[in-house]
Structures are given as C-alpha cells and as structure tokens.
Design a binder for this molecule. Structure first.
Ligand code: FES
Length: 146
C-alpha cells in the first residue's frame, strides 16, 4: 500500500539525503512540508521529486538561491505535472548550457596546464585567459571568463 504522506525518515531513506539536509532545505525555504497535529513533518509524495531535483541541481553547481527561484513556479498544493517540470528545465537550460561550455573550456585549458603548474597571472589560461586582465584591471580568479 502506498502511503499518501511520508515522515522525514522515510524521505531521507528514499532520497539519500540526511535528515539534517532535509531540515536545512526547509530552513532555506526550498521545501515547506506540512505538519501533523503533533508537529511532525508530513511530506506529500511529490516532495520526493522536489528534493531529488534540489540534490541534482546542487551537484550541477547551482546555488540554493538559484534552485529556489527555479522551484518558485512548481506548485506545492498539488503534485507537479510534467509540464511544471518542463518549465523548470526551460528556465535552467541556458544557464546549464553556459556552465557546460565553461567547464568544457576549463577542461581543455587544464590539459595544457597539467605538468606546468605555474598558474602564472600573465600566461596561464586558467587564471588569465587571453590576458584579458592585462587589458583593463588587476585581478585574479577569472576562471569562468570566456
Ligand atoms: S599552469 Fe602554467 S600555464 Fe597554466
């Protein structure tokens, strides 16, 4: 028999998240499980997918703030439909594509740096791609610059 609602322990077991992670997501406003008369969290089954999405989105490097924005349109008063999740995917598509492109560039540039190790501010493409910094301002950490 399928339970209509799950305890936080059930959700942890199903998602692979720890109970403290689930509470943390609640503290951050990413989930808002209703409480029963005893004050215990009772998770609608649809929350499993929301929590799994949060976990995956974090692994993709999205911030909790960004994930919260992405989830803002996903209803909490009913089970989200595939159309609801499609909207989330469309919202994140461009951002994820850009992240993939950045990571691809970093991977390709890293190959030239393996064995070098200088991390030179002047020549290392990881720190200063195409000497972009030299043209305008001082600084480092331009890893994500195209
Ligand atoms: S580590 Fe030397 S060029 Fe990047």
């Amino acid at each position: 028999m399928v339970q209509p609602e799950l305890s936080i322990g059930d959700v942890a077991a199903r998602t692979g998240l720890s109970i403290s992670q689930i509470r943390f997501y609640e503290d951050k406003g990413l989930i808002a499980p209703p409480r029963d008369a005893g004050g215990r969290r009772r998770f609608p089954r649809a929350e499993l997918r929301r929590l799994s999405f949060i976990r995956i989105a974090q692994r993709l490097g999205l911030s909790l703030r960004r994930i919260k924005v992405a989830l803002a349109g996903v209803p909490v008063d009913r089970a989200p439909t595939p159309a609801d999740w499609t909207l989330v995917a469309e919202d994140l598509h461009a951002e994820l594509t850009e992240r993939i492109e950045v990571m691809t560039r970093l991977r390709d540039r890293l190959e030239g740096c393996i064995g070098c190790g200088c991390l030179s501010m002047k020549v290392c493409p990881l720190y200063n791609p195409d000497d972009a910094v030299g043209a305008g301002r001082p600084g480092a950490g331009l890893v994500e610059r195209p």
